[in-house]
Design a protein. Structure first.
Length: 301
């Protein structure tokens, strides 16, 4: 498999404090890689290192196969765009002026592509409006557009939906999906909200205490935390008989409850239970298993 980014036993110390402790990581080409960890886990530190804003204390990383100790890393980093912490935008400039400024910084020969970029992030109709009058979501999208100047094929976003309202969150999510699917951009997103990342990530890295605790694909995560239906009845033994008859996998939780790992026709279930002299009280789909998986991995809190 081709990896856009790998981290090999990466350490970063601040005095005697180790923010990264031998971290390993592999971001496959074409992935939307969700980097998950609670506050202080080391996500931003890792992102600052790969963006070249700080140097590792020990260990190394590769970008497109180029090692961080190589002189070619600067060139490899040009294929990457990033929004780290808050987007770096000029508040007294319009969206278009901000992009022109970034083109100048990158030394691009013309302003070609700016209107397409504005359209891509949904800011094509903002005209002369200054960024200081933008909503937080618009600023975040402008930050992403700035990161996309220079046509990178790897985009790194540090907590991109932090502080956004539900509409802003959906807009950023759709933008990331579009960039990945239509422009083939590999994306690394950090977040402490697993449920948000689970709507778009194809791969996950769980980080805690500066270490990578687990890396897995979305399919592997789905298999590890299967969705289930929690069924409440008046008599669990009757429910067990009915479920056995249906040939589905289940787990009895109490005298009145069971989790079923299959999709059931609720009417058929209620009828079968009635024939056993048992009432169906409630059926709830449970999907907090993602969060439980995460909490089990990082050990609570
Ligand atoms: P958050 O979700 O809160 O942003 P994070 O996972 O991004 O958390 P980091 O910002 O990488 O975490 O911080 C990891 C640890 O390193 C924290 O304990 C933090 O206090 C510490 N740290 C980060 N930068 C510095 C610094 N410049 N000097 C000292 N300690 C630092």
């Amino acid at each position: 498999m081709d990896y856009v980014l790998t981290a090999n036993s990466l350490y970063k110390s601040y005095g005697s404090f180790k923010a990264l402790c031998g971290l390993n990581m592999r971001v496959p080409k074409g992935a939307i890689y969700g980097l998950i960890g609670k506050n202080g886990a080391g996500k931003t530190t890792l992102i600052r290192l790969i963006c070249g804003l700080q140097n590792p204390s020990l260990g190394c990383y590769t970008l497109y196969g180029i090692g961080s100790n190589s002189s070619k890393i600067v060139k490899a980093r040009r294929r990457m765009g990033a929004v780290v912490e808050t987007p770096s935008i000029y508040l007294d400039m319009s969206a278009e002026e901000n992009l022109k400024e970034q083109y100048r910084v990158l030394g691009l020969p013309s302003f070609e592509g700016i209107s397409e970029l504005l359209e891509l992030v949904g800011l094509e109709n903002t005209g002369k409006k200054k960024a200081k009058n933008f909503s937080l979501g618009m600023r975040q999208r402008l930050g992403i557009a700035i990161a996309l100047c220079g046509n990178p094929d790897f985009l790194v976003l540090d907590e991109p939906v932090n502080g956004l309202d539900p509409q802003g969150i959906v807009e950023i999510r759709e933008l990331i999906l579009r960039l990945n699917r239509e422009k083939n951009i590999t994306v690394l997103i950090s977040s402490h909200i697993l449920s948000e990342l689970s709507k778009l990530a194809t791969h996950y890295g769980f980080i805690d205490g500066g270490r990578m605790i687990k890396e897995l694909s979305a399919e592997e995560l789905d298999a590890a935390c299967r969705k289930c239906m929690r069924i409440e009845v008046t008599k669990a033994p009757a429910l067990a008989r009915v479920l056995d008859g249906m040939g589905v996998e289940y787990k009895i939780l109490s005298e009145t409850e069971a989790d079923v790992f299959a999709k059931l026709n609720v009417t058929a279930l209620a009828n079968a239970l009635a024939a056993e002299g048992c009432e169906l009280v409630s059926v709830t789909e449970r999907d907090e298993s993602l969060e439980s998986y995460y909490i089990n991995l990082v050990g609570g809190n």
